[in-house]
Design a protein around this ligand. Sequence first.
Ligand code: ATP
Length: 246
Amino acid sequence: MKTPNELFSRLKKMMPSDVQPKFKNGAELLAWNQEQGRLRSEAIVRENRAMKMQRIMGRSGIRELHMNCSFDNYRVENDGQRKALAMAREYAAGFENSISSFVFSGRPGTGKNHLAAAIGNDLIIRGKSVLIVTVADLMSSMKGTFSGGSDLTEERLLHDLSHVDLLVIDEIGMQSESRYEKVIINQIVDRRSSSKRPTGMLSNLDPAGMNSLLGERVMDRMRLGNSLWVRFDWESYRSRVRGDEY
Ligand SMILES: Nc1ncnc2c1ncn2[C@@H]1O[C@H](COP(=O)(O)OP(=O)(O)OP(=O)(O)O)[C@@H](O)[C@H]1O
């Protein structure tokens, strides 16, 4: 087998004189090669993660509408927004090894999804797996596992949902208060908190409403660690969305 130096000399002879290689000697060639290997394996991990999201929900982890939401394009026009933005940024920055969940509750159109997606997009760039899903989508995926044609079992889906680094459950309180929904959300939050994985919840209900809908047991688990509870109680931003801003 050739040493990196021998390989480099050979490559140099073959290279046209006007081509500048990314390395100047055998050691640099070896380092470059190792770096390429690292980049490739990172890309494979990312692809696998994306494929896993595709398998869980049939789409990528963050819906297209929110893929470009970031902390930087969240506009601040009042103290509530300023505080919510700062806390969301802080949450994302301290995510590593944290068990803390978050609850964004309040009025429609105030940016709960925007800031949850900003956290998610920030984490995805840092190599984490993130899934933002509505209760309705969650339930239809769960019910889909009952059909004979599905090769995904209820247990497998619950396992996958419990193992993404951050799972955000949206539209809590929009559902029909069915017992099955309550049981599933209970199981997911329970499994995630026991394996030290945080969950995000977005809702138009206030914390007391969430408590009576989902039960004290679930909401108590949402308080593990230094959890983040933010009230979004300002005017909706929706009438100002043009659709081309980000
Ligand atoms: N402060 C803001 N700056 C920029 N865009 C914003 C801001 N607040 C909300 N938006 C935008 O307004 C739209 C609605 O916001 P979002 O979906 O986050 O609301 P929400 O609080 O989750 O509403 P709902 O409770 O109805 O689901 C989105 O396109 C979002 O990007």
